[in-house]
Design a protein around this ligand. Sequence first.
Ligand SMILES: *Cc1c(COP(=O)(O)O)cnc(C)c1O
Length: 243
Amino acid sequence: MSEIAANLAAVRARIAAAAQRVGRDPAAIALVAVTKRVGPQRVVEAIKAGQRLFGENYLQEAGEKMERVAELLPAAVPSAPPVAWHFIGHLQSNKALAAADRFAMVETVDRLKTAAALNRGAAAAGLILPILVQVNVGGEAQKSGVAPAAAAELLGELRRLPALEVRGLMTMPPWVEDPEAGRPYFRALRQLAEQLRAGGLFAPDAPPLLSMGMSADFEVAVEEGADLVRVGSALFGPREAAT
Ligand SMILES: *Cc1c(COP(=O)(O)O)cnc(C)c1O
């Protein structure tokens, strides 16, 4: 078994154990394998090991990688399965147009201007783009995300963009080594989603999805209700420094 396959199996087992601790169905939790600064060969290895969902932070890196993976895949995995990509980085509105038809979901929408550009891109491509609203639950000045108190207003505005479908919330709490440190933030995101849902800001028939938890704390996030966990280094090892 390759190292990536072994890591994937270990992370999936940890997700399942965390889900079972709180009586959740492990199959309902999506693992987003975060591949920023991970080369296409290693993405293909993960696909070989059964991973289908990936997350990227940078548009240009993502575009090049998607093309390369599509080239490598038929030889590496003969019955090449469909692979989906989520955008999880900071999105500038002048580039949002290009992201709209490349990603199965954009998890990091935090302002109307970017959303409007995504909406134009999705409409031009003739599709409805699922998005998550990124919330800055930790209130950190340097971090992206809408303030919790401003989330309802933003969601209200997003409902007027017909080519976007707001599927839930995403957050990145302040980084602390102790996995338990994230728990109050994960809980706060879940409570905010419940509040917004009660306020009619999500489709009544689809409970809002929560994207929360990374390598250091995804088990705590699953215990607190994460529907998507975004895991990079626990699968692919430490990343090289950005160039
Ligand atoms: C890099 C990144 C991750 C994954 O981080 P790890 O600690 O390597 O698991 C998850 N979410 C976002 C938004 C990221 O930028």
